[in-house]
Design a protein around this ligand. Sequence first.
Ligand code: TXA
Ligand code: MG
Length: 323
Amino acid sequence: MSVTAADSAAIEEAGQLIRAGALVAFPTETVYGLGADATNGRAVAAIFEAKGRPRFNPLIVHVPDLAGAERIGVLTGAARKLAEAFWPGPLTLVVKRRPEAGISDLVSAGLDTLALRVPAHRIAEALLRAADRPLAAPSANRSGRVSPTSAAHVADDLGGGVAMILDGGPTAHGLESTVVDAADEARVHLLRPGAVPREAIAAVLGRPLSDAPAGDTAHPASPGQLASHYAPNARLRLNARDVRPGEALLAFGSGVPASDGPLINLSPRGDLVEAAAGLFGALRDLDKSGAATIAVMPIPEHGLGEAINDRLRRAAAPRPSDR
Ligand code: TXA
Ligand code: MG
């Protein structure tokens, strides 16, 4: 699949493709998304097909602004407060859906809620306006693989079924949006750590996030949170303080152990923002080195470290093929 420079003519054409029911991959400030008209059930089904994604995994709906979100979802007071603080930006809010708004049932996999987000990216916003439709868009990778942070990653992962890949260069955050369930005002809780740290959300709410309700593991509240996800081909060995023969090293900060294999340091100066931006690209590059295992140095758990460690633990989790 070829990649198209996202000039205004290409964005116009992409908008028409979306209205005609086709799939368009586009950049956001987090990762590249694979977009379809959220009101067109066949187009949404084509996303699952192109990604090889299990049907039970619901999608985020992207809108250009808060008014667009209010038209398809019911924002609680807490949801509106968070939207005003973080939109446009890398926060996704789960709220009750408006059944009359015409969003395909496939988008939320039968749930009575919708995950909504206003991306902070010039090309994403221009595409939303050109298409004049809410865009259902998961990350533009094959299901279970690391999310794409460049147009080339999308082209590597997804072939047929995608009408156009809009190239907007590398993404700024490199991690997916934070997903917060704000459907119930009294129990606003984190479904997926991401580019907005938990601490920043709590500061806006004026209270810590609630604990997630105890869900059963067969039906997790955010079904995308399956244990093995974001997986490269190589195995991951976390909290590594040394490098074993044949291993590649994903380093962070100073005190990097000696090794003669492939090495990428996510941030020599120990900056979590820089580390998040480079994480998925580094996993792809170390994977290409052919090493069977990637040793990963410890990464602190605060701020963006929560989301980085979440992705690393999923990448290290036992794979379905191991069972
Ligand atoms: O940064 C991002 O969020 C990127 C860009 C493209 O916007 N998108 C993304 O989408 O990461 P995806 O489909 O890979 O992840 C969506 C997450 C999943 O964990 C999914 O289960 C959750 O959002 N989700 C979607 N709808 C939901 C709903 N109604 N209730 C609970 N969780 C939901
Ligand atoms: Mg994804």
